[in-house]
Design a protein around this ligand. Sequence first.
Ligand SMILES: N[C@H](CCC[C@H](N)C(=O)O)C(=O)O
Length: 276
Amino acid sequence: MQFSKWHGLGNDFVIVEPEKNPGFDFRGSAEHLCDRHFGIGADGVVTVRPLGGSAFEMRIYNSDGTETEMCGNATRCVGLYIRKNKLAAGSEFELHTRGGIVRPKVLDNGSVRVDMGEPHLLRGEIPVAGDPASGAENLAIELPGRQFSAVGVSMGNPHAVIFVPDINAVELEKWGPQVECHALFPNKTNVEFVEVISDRMVRMRVWERGCGVTLACGTGSCATCVAGVVTGRTARCITVLLDGGELQIDYSLNDNHVYMTGPACEVFRGQYTETR
Ligand SMILES: N[C@H](CCC[C@H](N)C(=O)O)C(=O)O
């Protein structure tokens, strides 16, 4: 099975084209492919299938083998992958995912700006109607010995954004999985702990659903910006400082879409030969 290994700020993926690997069971093999000792090693597997013109289907499998609706860092990798492999003309593409359509644009400086579409505030799994600012910090997450107040935001996939005074004091590996699997989230959730540095800069660390701690989360950075805006903590254009680097996020007042800009990098290509 031919694959290409990419990362977006250290959040890494095995990118494959099903049409070039007929019969390969990507869903069933995702966990093994992501294993950093017995497989290729990655946070996820991403399949890319042409739909005609500049449109492609993109599906994303976490390292635990579960399929997710959306992955921001992967959209930048796939945008550059399409361009680099000349799978379509131009520099703007349309990625059809389970979480909706997103639109990466490869910029002249080699970074990628993605229209990630509209966010939706969540109360657990329930969309919040009406004014997004009303009661935005609406999720009281009770854990043994600790309570967190979170803002629920969907970017196609679910996020619980938790603002904290000191991000270095957060035991991410302890609290992340407990929030991920809390009863408020029947389909689990991604968990972002955020320290506000200024109204235009935040530091964020993430425990990802189906992956654990990753170096960066694109949809989590978008959710963080939306949560910052609706709770009055940040401006609509912010820099998100992640373990793996920085993303620029713009929660546009014009169209209520969230735009994410950042890098993506191809590390190597290979042939996966294990017969399983
Ligand atoms: N683990 C996530 C998907 C990957 C999201 C993240 N890697 C990003 O860049 O958005 C989920 O189950 O929703």
